[in-house]
Design a binder for this molecule. Structure first.
Ligand SMILES: Cc1cc2nc3c(=O)[nH]c(=O)nc-3n(C[C@H](O)[C@H](O)[C@H](O)COP(=O)(O)O)c2cc1C
Ligand code: SF4
Ligand code: SF4
Length: 260
Protein backbone atom coordinates (compact mmCIF):
# COMPACT_ATOMS: atom_id res chain seq x y z
CA UNK A 1 0.00 0.00 0.00
CA UNK A 2 0.95 3.62 -0.49
CA UNK A 3 0.91 5.99 2.44
CA UNK A 4 0.19 9.66 1.86
CA UNK A 5 1.42 11.04 5.19
CA UNK A 6 3.52 9.89 8.09
CA UNK A 7 2.19 11.23 11.41
CA UNK A 8 4.35 11.35 14.53
CA UNK A 9 2.06 11.27 17.58
CA UNK A 10 3.95 11.42 20.82
CA UNK A 11 4.31 12.31 24.48
CA UNK A 12 7.87 13.33 25.32
CA UNK A 13 8.48 15.49 28.42
CA UNK A 14 12.28 15.50 28.14
CA UNK A 15 12.53 15.19 24.35
CA UNK A 16 14.21 11.80 23.86
CA UNK A 17 11.16 10.09 22.40
CA UNK A 18 10.59 13.07 20.12
CA UNK A 19 14.15 12.88 18.75
CA UNK A 20 13.82 9.13 18.08
CA UNK A 21 10.56 9.60 16.19
CA UNK A 22 12.06 12.43 14.18
CA UNK A 23 14.66 10.03 12.79
CA UNK A 24 11.76 8.42 10.90
CA UNK A 25 11.41 11.55 8.78
CA UNK A 26 14.76 10.70 7.17
CA UNK A 27 13.73 7.11 6.39
CA UNK A 28 10.25 7.74 4.97
CA UNK A 29 10.16 9.78 1.77
CA UNK A 30 6.69 11.11 2.45
CA UNK A 31 5.18 14.19 4.07
CA UNK A 32 5.67 14.13 7.85
CA UNK A 33 3.27 15.78 10.30
CA UNK A 34 4.06 16.09 14.00
CA UNK A 35 1.44 15.95 16.76
CA UNK A 36 3.18 16.67 20.04
CA UNK A 37 0.78 15.71 22.85
CA UNK A 38 3.11 16.73 25.69
CA UNK A 39 2.01 20.26 26.60
CA UNK A 40 -0.92 20.80 28.96
CA UNK A 41 -2.86 22.39 26.09
CA UNK A 42 -2.63 19.08 24.18
CA UNK A 43 -5.19 17.52 26.54
CA UNK A 44 -7.84 19.03 24.24
CA UNK A 45 -6.36 17.77 20.95
CA UNK A 46 -8.62 15.52 18.88
CA UNK A 47 -7.24 13.73 15.82
CA UNK A 48 -8.67 11.32 13.29
CA UNK A 49 -6.62 9.43 10.71
CA UNK A 50 -7.60 7.50 7.62
CA UNK A 51 -6.42 4.44 5.69
CA UNK A 52 -3.82 6.38 3.70
CA UNK A 53 -2.06 7.64 6.81
CA UNK A 54 0.67 5.91 8.77
CA UNK A 55 0.93 6.82 12.46
CA UNK A 56 4.04 6.37 14.54
CA UNK A 57 3.19 6.55 18.25
CA UNK A 58 5.96 7.30 20.75
CA UNK A 59 6.01 7.53 24.54
CA UNK A 60 8.35 7.02 27.50
CA UNK A 61 7.77 4.03 29.77
CA UNK A 62 6.70 5.06 33.29
CA UNK A 63 6.82 2.24 35.86
CA UNK A 64 6.54 -0.39 33.12
CA UNK A 65 3.37 1.20 31.74
CA UNK A 66 2.15 3.85 29.29
CA UNK A 67 2.20 7.20 31.17
CA UNK A 68 -1.28 7.92 32.50
CA UNK A 69 -1.22 11.40 30.90
CA UNK A 70 -0.60 9.96 27.43
CA UNK A 71 -3.22 7.26 27.99
CA UNK A 72 -5.75 10.01 28.78
CA UNK A 73 -4.75 12.02 25.68
CA UNK A 74 -5.04 8.94 23.46
CA UNK A 75 -8.81 8.85 24.13
CA UNK A 76 -9.36 11.43 21.40
CA UNK A 77 -6.89 10.02 18.87
CA UNK A 78 -8.80 7.83 16.44
CA UNK A 79 -7.96 5.79 13.37
CA UNK A 80 -10.10 4.19 10.70
CA UNK A 81 -8.19 0.96 10.03
CA UNK A 82 -5.07 3.17 10.06
CA UNK A 83 -1.75 1.31 10.02
CA UNK A 84 0.50 2.31 12.91
CA UNK A 85 3.71 1.47 14.76
CA UNK A 86 4.59 1.88 18.43
CA UNK A 87 7.80 3.07 20.03
CA UNK A 88 8.36 2.81 23.78
CA UNK A 89 11.49 4.51 25.08
CA UNK A 90 12.84 3.41 28.44
CA UNK A 91 15.75 4.15 30.72
CA UNK A 92 17.54 0.77 30.65
CA UNK A 93 15.52 -0.72 33.55
CA UNK A 94 12.52 -2.51 31.96
CA UNK A 95 9.45 -1.75 29.84
CA UNK A 96 7.28 -4.58 31.21
CA UNK A 97 3.65 -4.15 29.99
CA UNK A 98 4.05 -0.82 28.20
CA UNK A 99 4.09 -2.07 24.59
CA UNK A 100 1.19 -4.47 25.15
CA UNK A 101 -0.83 -1.71 26.79
CA UNK A 102 -0.12 0.68 23.89
CA UNK A 103 -0.96 -2.02 21.34
CA UNK A 104 -4.33 -2.56 23.04
CA UNK A 105 -5.03 1.18 23.30
CA UNK A 106 -4.22 1.78 19.63
CA UNK A 107 -6.26 -1.21 18.43
CA UNK A 108 -9.20 -0.07 20.57
CA UNK A 109 -8.99 3.34 18.85
CA UNK A 110 -9.13 1.96 15.30
CA UNK A 111 -5.42 1.55 14.47
CA UNK A 112 -3.72 -1.53 13.03
CA UNK A 113 -0.30 -1.78 14.68
CA UNK A 114 2.16 -3.46 12.32
CA UNK A 115 5.38 -3.04 14.30
CA UNK A 116 6.73 -2.03 17.68
CA UNK A 117 10.07 -1.24 19.25
CA UNK A 118 11.45 -0.70 22.74
CA UNK A 119 14.40 1.69 22.59
CA UNK A 120 16.86 2.20 25.44
CA UNK A 121 17.53 5.83 26.35
CA UNK A 122 19.25 7.86 28.98
CA UNK A 123 17.05 7.67 32.10
CA UNK A 124 15.26 11.01 32.41
CA UNK A 125 15.33 10.96 36.23
CA UNK A 126 18.77 9.44 36.96
CA UNK A 127 20.69 10.67 33.93
CA UNK A 128 23.84 8.65 34.67
CA UNK A 129 21.84 5.54 33.70
CA UNK A 130 22.35 4.76 30.01
CA UNK A 131 23.90 8.23 29.63
CA UNK A 132 24.25 9.33 26.02
CA UNK A 133 21.79 6.80 24.65
CA UNK A 134 20.52 6.37 22.04
CA UNK A 135 24.11 6.15 20.79
CA UNK A 136 25.43 5.43 17.27
CA UNK A 137 24.70 1.68 17.61
CA UNK A 138 21.14 2.39 18.77
CA UNK A 139 20.60 4.79 15.87
CA UNK A 140 21.56 2.07 13.37
CA UNK A 141 18.98 -0.16 15.08
CA UNK A 142 16.30 2.55 14.94
CA UNK A 143 16.94 3.16 11.23
CA UNK A 144 16.74 -0.62 10.69
CA UNK A 145 13.36 -0.64 12.45
CA UNK A 146 12.07 2.11 10.18
CA UNK A 147 13.22 0.30 7.06
CA UNK A 148 11.48 -2.91 8.27
CA UNK A 149 8.29 -0.88 8.73
CA UNK A 150 8.58 0.50 5.20
CA UNK A 151 8.93 -3.04 3.80
CA UNK A 152 5.89 -4.17 5.77
CA UNK A 153 3.79 -1.21 4.61
CA UNK A 154 4.67 -1.99 0.98
CA UNK A 155 3.61 -5.61 1.48
CA UNK A 156 0.19 -4.72 2.89
CA UNK A 157 -2.80 -5.17 0.66
CA UNK A 158 -5.28 -2.88 2.42
CA UNK A 159 -8.30 -5.04 1.48
CA UNK A 160 -7.37 -8.07 3.53
CA UNK A 161 -4.82 -6.85 6.02
CA UNK A 162 -5.14 -8.30 9.52
CA UNK A 163 -2.78 -7.08 12.23
CA UNK A 164 -0.88 -9.95 13.79
CA UNK A 165 1.59 -8.08 15.90
CA UNK A 166 2.75 -9.81 19.07
CA UNK A 167 4.58 -7.86 21.77
CA UNK A 168 5.71 -8.81 25.28
CA UNK A 169 3.64 -7.92 28.33
CA UNK A 170 0.96 -9.38 30.59
CA UNK A 171 -2.62 -8.60 31.40
CA UNK A 172 -3.67 -7.51 33.98
CA UNK A 173 -0.95 -4.91 33.62
CA UNK A 174 1.37 -3.99 36.47
CA UNK A 175 -0.22 -1.62 38.97
CA UNK A 176 0.30 1.97 37.82
CA UNK A 177 2.41 3.76 40.39
CA UNK A 178 3.00 7.49 40.35
CA UNK A 179 6.47 8.14 41.81
CA UNK A 180 6.68 10.80 44.53
CA UNK A 181 9.32 12.68 42.51
CA UNK A 182 8.26 16.32 42.55
CA UNK A 183 11.07 18.78 41.79
CA UNK A 184 11.59 21.80 44.02
CA UNK A 185 12.62 25.33 42.98
CA UNK A 186 15.50 27.30 44.48
CA UNK A 187 16.05 31.01 45.04
CA UNK A 188 17.55 31.27 41.51
CA UNK A 189 14.00 31.13 40.10
CA UNK A 190 13.21 34.41 38.33
CA UNK A 191 9.52 33.56 37.89
CA UNK A 192 9.86 33.56 34.09
CA UNK A 193 7.00 31.00 34.04
CA UNK A 194 8.48 28.85 31.28
CA UNK A 195 7.99 25.77 33.47
CA UNK A 196 4.39 26.84 34.17
CA UNK A 197 3.72 26.91 30.43
CA UNK A 198 5.48 23.65 29.61
CA UNK A 199 4.45 21.38 32.53
CA UNK A 200 2.40 18.60 30.85
CA UNK A 201 -0.17 18.52 33.66
CA UNK A 202 -0.40 22.14 34.81
CA UNK A 203 1.13 21.35 38.22
CA UNK A 204 3.18 24.55 38.67
CA UNK A 205 1.50 27.59 40.22
CA UNK A 206 1.23 30.42 37.67
CA UNK A 207 1.39 33.11 40.39
CA UNK A 208 4.26 31.49 42.28
CA UNK A 209 6.28 29.03 40.15
CA UNK A 210 8.16 27.90 43.25
CA UNK A 211 4.96 26.15 44.32
CA UNK A 212 4.14 22.77 42.71
CA UNK A 213 1.01 20.68 43.22
CA UNK A 214 2.41 17.29 44.30
CA UNK A 215 -0.84 15.48 43.52
CA UNK A 216 -0.83 16.67 39.92
CA UNK A 217 2.94 16.33 39.28
CA UNK A 218 3.88 13.17 37.35
CA UNK A 219 7.63 13.50 38.02
CA UNK A 220 8.41 13.78 34.30
CA UNK A 221 11.46 16.07 34.85
CA UNK A 222 10.52 18.44 32.04
CA UNK A 223 10.65 21.53 34.28
CA UNK A 224 14.11 20.53 35.57
CA UNK A 225 15.39 20.11 32.01
CA UNK A 226 14.01 23.35 30.54
CA UNK A 227 14.54 25.87 33.36
CA UNK A 228 16.96 28.49 31.93
CA UNK A 229 18.22 29.30 35.45
CA UNK A 230 18.69 25.64 36.48
CA UNK A 231 16.51 26.51 39.43
CA UNK A 232 14.57 23.23 39.64
CA UNK A 233 15.85 19.90 40.87
CA UNK A 234 14.85 16.79 42.79
CA UNK A 235 15.69 16.84 46.50
CA UNK A 236 19.03 15.05 47.18
CA UNK A 237 17.42 12.32 49.30
CA UNK A 238 14.96 11.43 46.51
CA UNK A 239 17.80 11.28 43.98
CA UNK A 240 19.77 8.98 46.30
CA UNK A 241 16.77 6.65 46.79
CA UNK A 242 16.14 6.61 43.01
CA UNK A 243 19.78 5.80 42.30
CA UNK A 244 19.75 2.98 44.85
CA UNK A 245 16.51 1.50 43.46
CA UNK A 246 17.88 1.66 39.91
CA UNK A 247 21.44 0.51 40.66
CA UNK A 248 21.15 -2.66 38.55
CA UNK A 249 19.99 -0.59 35.54
CA UNK A 250 23.20 1.39 35.90
CA UNK A 251 25.41 -1.70 35.64
CA UNK A 252 23.97 -3.67 32.71
CA UNK A 253 23.64 -2.43 29.13
CA UNK A 254 20.32 -3.47 27.59
CA UNK A 255 19.78 -3.50 23.84
CA UNK A 256 16.80 -2.20 21.86
CA UNK A 257 14.22 -4.68 20.59
CA UNK A 258 11.80 -4.72 17.67
CA UNK A 259 8.63 -6.68 16.93
CA UNK A 260 7.53 -6.86 13.31
C1 LIG B 1 8.13 8.98 36.13
C2 LIG B 1 9.12 8.16 35.33
C3 LIG B 1 9.03 6.79 35.34
C4 LIG B 1 9.94 6.03 34.58
N1 LIG B 1 9.83 4.65 34.59
C5 LIG B 1 10.70 3.92 33.88
C6 LIG B 1 10.60 2.49 33.86
O1 LIG B 1 9.69 1.88 34.39
N2 LIG B 1 11.56 1.79 33.20
C7 LIG B 1 12.61 2.42 32.58
O2 LIG B 1 13.50 1.71 32.09
N3 LIG B 1 12.68 3.77 32.49
C8 LIG B 1 11.76 4.53 33.13
N4 LIG B 1 11.82 5.91 33.06
C9 LIG B 1 12.77 6.55 32.13
C10 LIG B 1 12.07 7.03 30.85
O3 LIG B 1 11.19 6.04 30.35
C11 LIG B 1 13.09 7.37 29.75
O4 LIG B 1 14.09 8.19 30.23
C12 LIG B 1 12.38 8.00 28.53
O5 LIG B 1 13.18 7.86 27.39
C13 LIG B 1 12.09 9.49 28.69
O6 LIG B 1 11.46 9.94 27.52
P1 LIG B 1 11.29 11.48 27.13
O7 LIG B 1 12.71 12.05 27.03
O8 LIG B 1 10.64 11.44 25.80
O9 LIG B 1 10.52 12.13 28.21
C14 LIG B 1 10.94 6.68 33.81
C15 LIG B 1 11.01 8.09 33.80
C16 LIG B 1 10.11 8.82 34.55
C17 LIG B 1 10.20 10.32 34.51
S1 SF4 C 1 11.53 27.98 34.39
FE1 SF4 C 1 12.94 28.18 36.14
S2 SF4 C 1 13.23 30.38 36.42
FE2 SF4 C 1 11.42 30.11 35.10
S3 SF4 C 1 9.70 30.11 36.55
FE3 SF4 C 1 10.29 27.98 36.25
S4 SF4 C 1 11.72 27.54 37.93
FE4 SF4 C 1 11.54 29.77 37.77
S1 SF4 D 1 6.10 19.88 37.89
FE1 SF4 D 1 6.13 17.67 37.77
S2 SF4 D 1 4.78 17.19 36.03
FE2 SF4 D 1 5.29 19.37 35.87
S3 SF4 D 1 7.05 19.44 34.50
FE3 SF4 D 1 7.86 19.35 36.61
S4 SF4 D 1 8.18 17.16 37.00
FE4 SF4 D 1 6.84 17.32 35.19
Amino acid sequence: MDIKKLHLVYFSPTGTTQSILRLAARSFSTEVVEHNLTDYAARKVQLEFGKDDFVLFGFPVYGGRVPETFRERMKDIKGRCTPAALIATYGNREYEDALLEMKNISEGNGFLPIGAAAIVTEHSVIRSIAAGRPDAKDRVFIEGFYSELKKKILAISSENFIAKLTVPGKKPYRRYMKLPMTPVATASCTACKLCVKRCPVGAIDAHNPRKTDRDKCIGCMRCVRICPKKARHLPKLKMAVGKFYLSSAERIRKEPEMYI
